[in-house]
Design a protein around this ligand. Sequence first.
Ligand SMILES: NC(=O)c1ccc[n+]([C@@H]2O[C@H](COP(=O)([O-])OP(=O)(O)OC[C@H]3O[C@@H](n4cnc5c(N)ncnc54)[C@H](OP(=O)(O)O)[C@@H]3O)[C@@H](O)[C@H]2O)c1
Length: 314
Amino acid sequence: MRAIAVSEYGATPSAVELPRPEPGPGEILVKLVAAGLNPVDWKIVDGLLKDTVEASFPLVVGTDGAGVVAGTGPDVDRFAVGEQIFGQFRDVARGVGSYAEYAVVAQDAPLAPMPEGMIYSQAAAVPTAAMTGYTMVREAQVDAGRTVLVVGATGGVGQMAVQFAADLGARVIATAHPDMADELRRLGADETVDYGPGADVSEQVLAGHSGVDAVIDVVGGPQDVEHRAGLLRPGGAYVSSIGAVNPDKMAAQQLSGVNVHAGGSGDLLRVIAEMIDASRIRVAVHREVSLEEAPAALAAGRLGGARGKTVIRI
Ligand SMILES: NC(=O)c1ccc[n+]([C@@H]2O[C@H](COP(=O)([O-])OP(=O)(O)OC[C@H]3O[C@@H](n4cnc5c(N)ncnc54)[C@H](OP(=O)(O)O)[C@@H]3O)[C@@H](O)[C@H]2O)c1
């Protein structure tokens, strides 16, 4: 099968031919039709998990995907051959990833039937970004009548967080350059603030508000967090997806600080699929590339500039 893989950590991902995997007990074989690109994909190539998981090489790159169940091992009762599914297909210890024609995964991995009427390329864009955005919004205790600032709102997780917060009835302020302001409003943001050179996000927020109840931040480092925590009203919550929050420091200021490590689950993915079915959440694919173009798309992803999701057609 065709796949994008690396032979060691730090290597440049490239197109390779690998044997088609066979499902073992409790496992399913999935013929992938599309894969979603996430920053964690290149972070893993760089060695993000090297101290926690013994990887198997060649290591197929990628986490998110969508496809058809092509085979089942013994004792599989959750999925049947021919079913269209989406989710996370990463198993670094076995060299498994989603940028490949086939993947073998445990049936209890974060997988779910595809939402009704959804095409593979949209479904592949959902899992990691949506599960993380959903978890961040819940951790931020976002609720109707509350005001939440989403920092990094133009990317995969941010666009989902904006939608989940708006769905709960919150007032959403989203960071966006002017070219993305209309799109963020369509997703549910009530207002946007620019974050270009010389633009201070906190100053702009305070120009129209006495403060916010929550900050959902997918890009700010520890110093940014300290600065922007000044926006929070008493009892407010700061949630980071990159481990930039110091919960003890936040607690000392009567604030809640949370670093999200969204593992994901089939149950959460089913909740999200239902919200997509009910048109409460929209999935926008910004860019589609071929499997052979995936290494270049990954390299481009490192440089930033994401506007929603990039999807790989397999
Ligand atoms: N903890 C977890 O479980 C978990 C799960 C998913 C993701 N993550 C992490 O969360 C981060 C975001 O993921 P993602 O998939 O959303 O990435 P993404 O799709 O690349 O989106 C990041 C967005 O933030 C914007 N941005 C960059 N700097 C900014 C700034 N200073 N102020 C406001 N916006 C800014 C980027 O646009 P410009 O570059 O044009 O500014 C881009 O639109 C990544 O580091 C990822 O690894 C963690």
